[in-house]
Design a protein around this ligand. Sequence first.
Ligand SMILES: CC(C)(COP(=O)(O)OP(=O)(O)OC[C@H]1O[C@@H](n2cnc3c(N)ncnc32)[C@H](O)[C@@H]1OP(=O)(O)O)[C@@H](O)C(=O)NCCC(=O)NCCS
Length: 193
Amino acid sequence: MTAPRPSDDSRGAHGGVSEDDLEIRLAGGDDLAGVLSVGHRTWLATYEPIAGPEYVAMGLAKWWTPDVVTTSIRQGRTLVAVEDGEVVGVATFGMQDSAFALWKLYVLPGHHGHGIGSRLMKAVVDRALELGHDRIVLSHIEGNRQAARFYTAHGFTETHRESGGSGLPVSVWMERRIASPHHDDATPEEGSE
Ligand SMILES: CC(C)(COP(=O)(O)OP(=O)(O)OC[C@H]1O[C@@H](n2cnc3c(N)ncnc32)[C@H](O)[C@@H]1OP(=O)(O)O)[C@@H](O)C(=O)NCCC(=O)NCCS
């Protein structure tokens, strides 16, 4: 499978993982266990403190089953960050109505702050541009301050909030325009729903 080559190799003050040590590529069937591992470990660490164990159990059962992950891999909608043969980060994307959506972005807790999330984000933006989209939408749950800060730093702005219902957390929806500047005034802003 062809790997989308990350072209943004910016380095933070903390130092990032070099391109030689970290590969960003489309996931294949052999990555199933690694993708599931990132999802399960990261969900527990991220969401149990802010949303509770029931939310974690619900999300893992709904979005991180072998069936769901296999479908996303087969459809070419899953990117992995691989370091020393281990999947350390995952991004998935798809369509939300007519908008390109970043559905999942997860980096193993022990690997945060090394630029892996930024490299995955760059690969997702490249993919969206290749597919002809001029914006990306995403949501994170209210209270996930790490995600809010990361997405804001990557140019996303909040568009609206959506109640989770039945005691589930509120979703904060954000978007980022990715088209070249001369496209920005072509059409007025559309709602994503
Ligand atoms: C949000 C998340 C995906 C970011 O991944 P990450 O690999 O830690 O991201 P990066 O290292 O690229 O950037 C994180 C920080 O490290 C800094 N950084 C360190 N080294 C860097 C480098 N080489 N290049 C870019 N940024 C670097 C960034 O400035 C950034 O600062 P910030 O915290 O003020 O935003 C990750 O924290 C995560 O998985 N969180 C838990 C799950 C989650 O909430 N996912 C989102 C669900 S909606």
